[in-house]
Design a protein around this ligand. Structure first.
Ligand code: ADP
Ligand code: MG
Length: 760
């Protein structure tokens, strides 16, 4: 039967006689068979090392064995909750009905029992403050019992409400330190899960985070509010089309996550990577991404081992990890899950980022989620695939085979087009962080100007509608003949792809490609949901009043498309002509995050967000403040890191090198007057002059960084960092990068781009 192989620091590993691998590490007390269902070994390296000759646990049905073992999901709730409690909870989860607090006690009890069986000692309200990362404060389940003993407790109240100190999280002025109270509230629409680390096993309860006065202090609350808004408005529109059976509409999101992996030992030698997540210096190696040999390339063994383990960790949490591949830049990779409801997709994406970092360390790798870790090669983004699905399972963005006849689809399509055009600047902001400034509009995908790609088929339908008010045909894909008889004839899609578009229709969903790789996707989806909800609500207002629905809907589609066709662009989004063309069309082009922040507090934004109860004026203003502060702080840290590296590493190293050159010239001249020292002399002159330039730039950077740091937090400070400090940083980088190409590698104090990008 079950035999224990080894009890390592991490784990107890065994296998069944029938070769069914069993791995268990949480508690020795339980039956091994049970153990195999509930937990799973995570460190494949150690397994390979310790268990040579034994079956690798990953071999057999691993996905089914591990999938969602750490999630208190629907199946577990159904099994463990009293029937009426389960029924009530399900109603809340599926139909947006108010949570009945009377059931909280029963749910908490079941959750606690389930978690304890899996070795949990603590629970935490897991929330998403405005830092963009997640927060947790652990409490153990223990409570004192008779005779000095303890018992395990977890009440309904503890499940439903938590009270973290709100003043220590960014609040944009909503919470001052003396008004510290904040609450976390259980979000039952996202399942609780177990997290395992050196601290043990912790039950994590997804929660929303708000101030004592009710304002949202997190990313989840507005997302949930926006999901309700779009559901309400989409249902109104669907009623007009006779779909009384639809009770709710949810937005589906599939975020593709790009990331870099570098060797951790090398990473630890670079303060810029440690403090800022990106390289602030670094000359390009002889080879970059020009050969296109990394995209979809064969995985290196070390990377493959990382991906294998990452998948297991994600599957355990019920995350539908699906696609993995090498990306365009060297050392860049991607993971895409199967889409899920926006709220769950957001929670999962936060976990994906956290687990990527954790698993990477086990392989002595470091996972870089920064948007632009290396200048000169592509940066990372997060493609946010978005669509609307009814509770009856119909995707509202599915055009069907003949979109020209699908009036309901065309109405939803035109609603999205109008929303994106009207709120392009705000959408751009929703995808902005300091790191993304190096991607958007900086000669890299995608540009900072929002435009939409519809593809040939839809563009043709749209132009028919605009020109004649009637669309009578849809272009079809046809067959693809590859020209080799033995190869199958493939059915072609009706539309090619456009990789340069920031907002592309891809068959039955939109792909918002601007989102920053390290950022929570909550903001982008909150904006998308809210602006589309607003257009749908105005459309419903018009159509509900119409005497003749068919004519009214045709007119509305035609008018909407005519009014907003300027945002549709099927050409090359990277081309310079597009910038001029977009300007001619009147499309906003916010070149940086700071330029885009005011979009949060325009009258238009405030009125739409207040109308749909997603964010109040005060909450929007607070978010603008938080953005300004976050930007200034990020650049301040970068500048200070550059100052430290230049002052303590680069400049001293170059001094050593030029001193060596000078000594070499002197000793050669002493030994032989006629010897040619021109090479050393030329290098000495060049390096010394660059050294002087670097020192001068360092002094300026020190001065402006101090000046910026002394300014009061807010818009003015952010603008100063963007205009003055960022420029001073570039002035310091330039001579140092040139020096890197001249100075003997033995003297260079940090690993180079070549070392980081190609030696994993
Ligand atoms: P590509 O790189 O070609 O765009 P991928 O397969 O890498 O495609 O990613 C597509 C993403 O879009 C996946 O996360 C997928 O689950 C998601 N997706 C597919 N259909 C929908 C939909 N209807 N709504 C939201 N996301 C979707
Ligand atoms: Mg994609």
């Amino acid at each position: 039967m079950f035999s224990i192989l080894e009890d390592t620091f991490f784990s107890m590993v065994g296998k069944c006689a029938d070769a069914e691998p069993i791995v268990h590490r949480r508690t020795k007390k339980r039956e091994p068979q049970q153990a195999s269902r509930t937990s799973f070994y995570t460190n494949t390296n150690s397994i390979d090392y310790h268990m040579e000759g034994w079956i690798c646990i990953m071999e057999k049905n691993v996905i089914e064995q591990v999938f969602a073992v750490d999630v208190f999901n629907d199946a577990v709730m159904k099994e463990r909750l009293p029937k009426p409690v389960y029924a009530k909870l399900k109603k809340t989860i599926e139909n947006d009905e108010e949570l009945d607090l009377d059931i909280a006690g029963a749910v908490a009890h079941a959750m606690k029992e389930w978690a304890l069986e899996r070795g949990a000692t603590h629970y935490t309200h897991w929330f998403q403050p405005m830092t963009g990362i997640t927060a947790e404060k652990h409490d153990s389940f223990i409570a004192p019992a008779n005779e000095g003993g303890i018992m395990m407790e977890f009440s309904g109240k503890e499940l439903v409400k938590g009270e973290p100190d709100a003043s220590s999280f960014p609040s944009g002025g909503i919470r001052a330190t003396f008004e510290a109270r904040g609450y976390t509230a259980w979000d039952c629409t996202s399942p609780a899960f177990l997290k395992e680390d050196a601290a043990g096993v912790t039950l994590c309860i997804p929660t929303a985070f708000c101030a004592y006065t009710g304002e949202a202090l997190d990313k989840k609350t507005p997302l949930l509010r926006s999901m309700e808004a779009i559901s309400d408005q989409a249902v109104r529109v669907l009623k007009l089309f006779g779909h009384d059976e639809v009770q709710s509409v949810s937005c589906s999101v599939g975020p593709e996550q790009e990331y870099f992996l570098v060797d951790r030992d090398k990473y630890l030698q670079r303060e810029d990577l440690i403090f800022t997540g990106r390289t602030l210096f670094g000359a390009m190696p002889p080879k970059g991404q020009e050969l296109d040999d990394h995209y979809f390339g064969t995985l290196k063994e070390r990377i493959a081992a990382f991906m294998k383990e990452l998948n297991v960790e994600l599957w355990k949490l019920g995350i539908l990890a699906k696609t993995q591949h090498n990306e365009v830049a060297p050392a860049q990779h991607e993971m895409a899950p199967i889409y899920s409801t926006a709220n769950i997709a957001t929670d999962h994406n936060q976990l994906v980022m956290e687990i990527m970092k954790k698993v990477a360390k086990r392989h002595n790798l470091e996972c870089l989620l920064h948007e632009k870790p290396f200048a000169g090669v592509n940066g990372s983004g997060k493609h946010d695939n978005w669509s609307l699905v009814t509770n009856t399972g119909k995707n509202l963005l599915d055009p069907g085979k003949t979109p020209h006849e699908n009036i309901q689809f065309l109405l939803f399509l035109s609603a999205v087009i109008k929303a994106v055009d009207e709120h392009a600047g705000l959408l751009r902001l929703s995808a902005s962080n300091p790191g993304n400034d190096h991607r958007l509009g900086a000669n890299e995908a995608p540009p900072a100007i929002i435009s939409m790609f519809l593809g040939e088929q839809l563009e043709d339908v749209v132009s028919q509608l605009i020109e004649t008010g009637e669309a009578t045909s849809s272009k079809q894909g046809g067959k693809l003949n590859i020209g080799v008889h033995t190869l199958p004839e493939l059915k072609k899609d009706a539309t090619d792809r456009n990789r340069t578009s920031p907002f592309a229709f891809t068959g039955n969903k939109f792909e918002f490609r601007m989102v920053a790789s390290s950022m929570s996707i909550a903001g982008a989806n909150t904006v998308l949901n809210t602006i589309v909800a607003d257009v749908l609500s105005n459309m419903a207002d018009t159509l509900e009043k119409a005497d003749d629905f068919d004519t009214a809907v045709h007119d509305l589609i035609k008018k909407t498309l005519s009014d907003h066709q300027r945002v549709i662009f099927n050409g090359n989004g990277y081309a310079n002509d597009w910038v001029a063309e977009a300007e001619r069309r009147g499309l906003p082009n916010h070149k940086t995050m700071v330029d885009a922040i005011p979009e949060l507090v325009t009258e238009k934004t405030i009125s739409v967000f207040e109308k749909h109860h997603v964010l109040s004026k005060c909450e929007l203003e607070a978010r603008a403040e938080i953005h300004y502060e976050a930007y200034a702080k990020a650049i301040n840290i970068e500048a200070k890191t550059m100052i430290e590296m230049a002052g303590k590493k680069y400049i001293p190293s170059v001094i050593k090198y030029v001193t060596g050159l000078a000594q070499s010239i002197n000793s050669i001249k002493t030994a032989c007057k006629e010897a040619d020292c021109s090479v050393q002399t030329e290098l000495l002159t060049q390096c010394s002059s660059l050294l002087a330039e670097a020192k001068k730039a360092l002094t300026s950077l020190e001065a402006v960084t101090k000046q910026g740091g002394d300014m009061e937090e807010g818009a003015e400070q952010a603008v100063f960092f963007k205009d003055v400090v960022v420029k001073a940083m570039a002035d310091l980088r330039a001579p140092i990068d040139t020096l890197e190409m001249l100075v003997d590698k033995a003297y260079w104090p940090v690993p180079s781009y070549g070392d980081l990008l190609f030696e994993v």
